[in-house]
Design a protein around this ligand. Structure first.
Ligand SMILES: NC(=O)c1ccc[n+]([C@@H]2O[C@H](COP(=O)([O-])OP(=O)(O)OC[C@H]3O[C@@H](n4cnc5c(N)ncnc54)[C@H](O)[C@@H]3O)[C@@H](O)[C@H]2O)c1
Length: 342
């Protein structure tokens, strides 16, 4: 099976590439990435070590994509994933995230290739998620509410990033309509683990641990600056495991959408994350308090894994402590990467 992983030098794409290379016998893995994310060249070295070729191409350019070799499956991990880019660089978000998916789908039709699309929990309505919380100042620890499943509201605004993800999901269904091609859409919550070059607005778990490890300061941003906002977190290895399972069962389970995340047991507030980072690194750092909340920020997200659990008899296996332990171990072995955490 010939597999193309777009965004293959990113955090998720590089980990999936290396994992599939090791665990999917007879598969030929290639990557497409233009190195626009900081740290992606570091991940490219890992691909090279594992004999995985990267096509250095901008996903926005179909003329370059259409002449690539034929593939059987495309795993689309290419995006500008930072929510704040919706405001700072909307053209890039739209072109990379939506036109990019369109180009990949044209390639799927040309090659007769199936697709696994990495969507996001950010497709859901910001307004409706905010309504789950009584007081947006979050001055007190937030109680964990009902986890969010596939049917939560998507029709209202969710940021341009969320829009491009939801529009990509619809585009897949539109372009595969009346073909025998198969798709899987995975709406992931926060993913974390080694080889993630986290920054303030994307990849906060690795950023949190790195800032403690390198003794640099951080800020609690938004919702009163109290650090009480909650997310669930899934280990990148669990993501790789479920993607492998989806590939193996693609003949039986296809054309469906799943919410996948750490779930209720693996959810925590920023403050709780700070305590865990202090414990593991034995370092305490200073926090600035920025009360103002971005129009795109949400106070709470926890994934409801019921559907993925039922369909694949699978659930994530690594808890938040295991995630932090693995990131810590990676940082100890890669202190030279300090400059990549901004
Ligand atoms: N990391 C998470 O917590 C998370 C959660 C839910 C969904 N996702 C989705 O998973 C996918 C991967 O996310 P990630 O965290 O690995 O992000 P990432 O930024 O680490 O990886 C994306 C990769 O795509 C590449 N890229 C960006 N624009 C490109 C372009 N125009 N042409 C070619 N390559 C380009 C970047 O260089 C980077 O290597 C994204 O689709 C994201 O929306 C991520």
């Amino acid at each position: 099976m010939k597999i193309l992983i777009t965004g293959g030098c990113g955090f998720v794409g590089s980990n999936i590439s290396v994992y599939l290379k090791k665990n999917l016998k007879n598969a030929q893995i290639s990557s497409l990435d233009n190195f626009s994310r900081h740290g992606s060249k570091i991940n490219f070295k890992r691909l090279k070590k594992n004999n995985i070729k990267n096509f250095h191409i901008n996903i926005e350019r179909f003329s370059k994509i259409k002449v690539l070799p034929k593939f059987d499956l495309i795993i689309d991990c290419c995006a500008e994933p930072a929510i704040e880019a919706s405001r700072k660089d909307p053209d890039r978000v739209f072109q990379t995230n939506l036109v990019g998916t369109f180009n990949i789908l044209k390639k799927c039709l040309k090659d007769n290739a199936n697709i696994i699309f990495l969507s996001s929990s950010r497709v859901y309505s910001i307004y409706k998620l905010r309504k789950l919380v009584n007081n947006l100042n979050l001055s007190k620890p937030l109680k964990i509410r009902k986890p969010i499943n596939e049917n939560f509201e998507t029709s209202e605004p969710s940021s341009l990033y969320g829009f491009t993800k939801l529009a990509s999901e619809k585009l897949i269904k539109e372009m595969f309509f009346n073909t025998n091609l198969k798709y899987i859409i995975d709406r992931f919550g926060v993913i974390a683990g080694p080889w993630q070059f986290g920054k303030q607005d994307q990849g906060f778990v690795s950023l949190w641990l790195a800032k403690h490890f390198f003794k640099q300061n951080l800020s609690y941003i938004g919702f009163g600056g109290n650090g009480n906002q909650i997310r669930d977190v899934i280990h990148i290895n669990d993501v790789c495991e479920i993607v492998l399972m989806q590939i193996k069962r693609l003949n039986k389970i296809y054309n469906d959408t799943f919410v996948i995340g750490g779930g209720k047991k693996n959810s925590l507030s920023l403050k709780e994350l700070t305590s865990k980072c202090e414990k593991i690194t034995k370092n305490k750092i200073n926090f600035a308090k920025i009360s103002a909340t971005s129009i795109y920020d949400i106070p709470y997200f926890v994934s409801n894994n019921s559907k993925i659990k039922k369909r694949y008899n699978w659930q994530p296996s690594k808890n938040i402590d295991a995630i932090l332990f693995d990131i810590h171990k990676w940082l100890i072995n890669n202190k030279r990467l300090k400059k990549f955490f901004r």
